[in-house]
Design a protein around this ligand. Structure first.
Ligand code: C2E
Ligand code: MG
Ligand code: MG
Length: 706
């Protein structure tokens, strides 16, 4: 209990009233008060010697009355206060008769302790100072409590963890700034409300029931929880809830402390994601695909079901990527991924194996026919052009299919066989899909052998040029020829360019081969002229890869100069696949070629995704209508209509029209009627070696001369 000593009581004590008995009674009372006071009391004389102390003094300081009396009060002095402090203290006592404040003293055992001290002067009737009275309380415990409180408050304010204190009814009493930083709610917004305002709905009711059961049983709970910020964002926090108990054991509050672990979660999730998904298309990657395929096979094995694997490869992707840039390539892959996903059911899986290769797993099929159904669906999806901002492009895909258990019973074999089937599909014109068949393994072997062999075919002089004549449809004279590459393999025999040109393109050998072809053909044409043959234009096929070479025009100029051939006797054939992409840069390249003075022909026109507008946009001279439109044209009104339209349009644009692959007189008759300019095909002459062509040219001259 705290006693207050006011001035009047001090004065009453200092100035006892007259009347002896009464006075003695009062003195005894004062002595009792002094004795039983909880405050330490020390009385000194003006000379500064202690004359009396009470028991509380001894309790606090450790000095007994005997030890203290007669000594100077500075036996309690600590060096915590500076000398000036004591000067000021005594100045105040003398001026006002009173001083009150906090002071650190030292107990007998050497411990420092804080005390609240008041010093008063006791004067006699004449006003002279008779005594000083010091009254003090030990502040140690209160000080500690103060310090603790202040410390807790600072911790609460500055903690990086969010802290929320609730009462036992689950009403929020207080939150700290970190709480506000994480949740977005200020103290004012949440006081009195339930922590449920943070619920995200990501945990079910059972979660909270378990959580509270743990708190009631053990007094605490901790774990990961998803909550919702004021702005609606969901975040993850690591939360610990502790029940705070009073001394009697009753719970008075709950304290929740949490750290926002969203970022950490995100990076964990992200790492997991990166390990299993392709970030570009967001499809499962090779690893996840293998895992799922393995599961699907095990399941299908037990259920006696089939699993189909569709290996999908985008055609010409490398070309798109190299010529249009990787950003386009990426977009194409993303759009293709979306289309593939739209073709399958929920339980099927589309994965990206890397590059332009995708794979689809159809886990529950009863027959291969089910897979073909999906393949057809994919082709339909790829019929529409892909759009990149203002540009649209067509892209096709080749698909190989393998089926468990017929084509293999482990992931490795099934993938390999689907891949193999896909390679076969690539070589098909339309419906570029293929079911795996055992003989494909042999073909793969051949392909690998070819690849090796092609590398040294040039060095070993195994490449030769053949020439196929092109006739004027009206006069029948040879007005041009197409140079066609042949590979005479010592063991495998004559290999078709349709087989090895794609291989050369894939391996990059085409650049070297293409250069050789140009030199060979220009040199040969010049030689014929030198031998007195009537000059004719010779066409050379350019691969898309060659066309991408920036120095193509320089290369051609160089070849012409070295062989001495005049440019008007050279024609370059480019295919539609070239003309489809990068319209503007192709136009510039073609103009460069035109500037040299050579002709340019569009080959296999109509076979791919032709745009008639290319005929107008590109500076070309000749359109070669693909043989698929010529074949049986006399019996096919649709093809006839197409050839008529293309011919009329080409003529309107002052382009010449060549019909490719003319094999019968009937076809020739229709083409003549459609006013086609030139014809090329087995009917008029198969591709032949240079010597045979020279004889043909000579014969033609004789025939023309007759
Ligand atoms: P292409 O440029 O369309 O050549 C015409 C193809 O049709 C040639 O096949 C030719 O032999 C064939 N052909 C000609 N008349 C007929 C016919 O009446 N009926 C049928 N069914 N076919 C006929 P080839 O020589 O096997 O060449 C295939 C393709 O290989 C060529 O198609 C061309 O794209 C490419 N190629 C050939 N030589 C070269 C070359 O030196 N460089 C490049 N980059 N590609 C070449
Ligand atoms: Mg050609
Ligand atoms: Mg052609």
């Amino acid at each position: 209990m705290k006693r207050r000593w006011n001035r009047s009581s001090r004065e009453a004590w200092a100035r006892p009233t007259p009347g002896k008995q009464e006075a003695e009674e009062k003195l005894r009372m004062f002595a009792r008060v002094l004795h039983s006071a909880a405050e330490g009391i020390m009385i000194t004389d003006p000379g500064g010697r202690i004359v009396s102390v009470n028991p509380a003094f001894s309790r606090i300081t450790g000095y007994s009355e005997e030890e203290a009396v007669g000594r100077n009060p500075n036996l309690l002095k600590s060096d915590v206060q500076q000398a000036q402090f004591y000067v000021d203290l005594w100045a105040a006592v003398h001026a006002a008769g009173y001083w009150e404040g906090e002071i650190w003293n030292r107990r007998k055992n050497g411990d420092l302790y804080p005390q609240k001290l008041s010093i008063s002067t006791v004067r006699d009737e004449g006003g002279a100072i008779r005594h000083y009275v010091g009254i003090f309380t030990d502040m140690t415990e209160r000080k500690q409590a103060d310090i603790d409180l202040r410390l807790y408050a600072r911790l609460f304010e500055s903690a990086s963890e969010g802290i929320m204190i609730t009462d036992t009814n689950g009403r929020i009493l207080s939150v700290n700034p970190a709480f506000t930083a994480t949740t977005g709610y200020t103290l004012e917004e949440v006081v009195g409300r339930s922590p449920r305002i943070l619920h995200s709905g990501m945990q079910d009711a059972a979660f909270y029931v378990d959580m509270w059961a743990a708190i009631h049983a053990t007094g605490c709970w901790q774990g990961e929880i998803w909550n919702r910020r004021k702005n609606g964002d969901i975040y993850a926090e690591w939360l610990s809830i502790n029940a705070v108990r009073e001394e009697n054991g009753r719970i008075s509050n709950y304290v929740g402390m949490f750290t926002d672990i969203t970022e950490r979660k995100k990076s964990e999730e992200h790492l997991k994601y990166l390990a299993l998904y392709d970030p570009l298309t967001e499809l499962p990657n090779r690893t996840l695909f293998r895992e799922r395929l393995q599961q699907a096979l095990q399941f299908a094995g037990r259920q006696r079901q089939r699993v189909a694997l569709l290996f999908i490869d985008l055609d010409n992707f490398k070309f798109i990527n190299d010529s249009l840039g990787h950003a386009y390539g990426d977009q194409l892959l993303q759009q293709a991924a979306k289309r593939l996903k739209s073709c399958v059911r929920k339980n099927d899986m589309v994965a990206r194996l890397g590059g332009d290769e995708f794979i689809i797993v159809l886990p529950h099929i009863s027959a291969a026919q089910d897979a073909i159904h999906v393949v057809k669906h994919i082709f339909e999806q790829f019929d529409a052009p892909f759009t990149f901002g203002p540009h649209t492009h067509f892209a096709t895909a080749s698909i190989g299919v393998s089926v468990y258990p017929e084509d293999g019973d482990d992931p490795e074999t099934l993938i390999q066989h689907a891949d193999l089937a896909m390679y076969h599909a690539k070589n098909r014109r339309n419906d570029k899909f293929q079911l795996y068949a055992p003989h494909m393994n042999d073909q793969l072997k051949r392909r690998m052998e070819l690849e090796r062999a092609l590398r040294d075919a040039m060095a070993k002089d195994q490449l030769h040029m053949y020439y196929q004549p092109q006739m004027d449809i009206h006069t029948g004279t040879i007005v041009g020829m197409e140079a066609l590459l042949r590979w005479k393999h010592p063991e495998l025999g004559l290999i078709s360019p349709a087989e090895f040109i794609p291989l050369a393109e894939e391996t990059g050998l085409i650049v070297e081969i293409g250069d050789w072809v140009l030199r060979q053909v220009c040199g040969q044409n010049k030689a014929w002229q030198a031998a007195g043959c009537r000059p004719v234009k010779v066409s050379v096929n350019l691969s898309a890869i060659q066309f991408q070479q920036r120095n193509l025009a320089d290369q051609i100029r160089d070849v012409l100069r070295q062989t001495g051939l005049e440019p008007q006797w050279l024609c370059l054939e480019i295919t539609e696949t070239i003309s489809m992409y990068q319209v503007e840069s192709i136009r510039i390249m073609l103009q460069e070629l035109k500037a040299i003075g050579v002709d340019v022909a569009i080959d296999d026109f109509g076979k791919g995704h032709s745009a008639l507008s290319y005929l107008k946009r590109f500076p070309i001279d000749i359109v070669k209508i693909d043989k698929c439109f010529i074949e049986g044209i006399h019996n096919d009104p649709e093809n006839e209509a197409i050839v008529r339209a293309v011919t009329d349009l080409a003529h309107g644009l002052r382009l010449q029209v060549i019909a490719e692959g003319v094999e019968t007189e009937e076809e020739l008759a229709v083409l003549r009627q459609l006013r086609c300019d030139r014809v090329q095909g087995f009917l008029l002459g198969r591709p032949v070696a240079a010597e045979a062509m020279e004889r043909l040219l000579a014969g033609d001259r004789e025939a023309a001369g007759r």
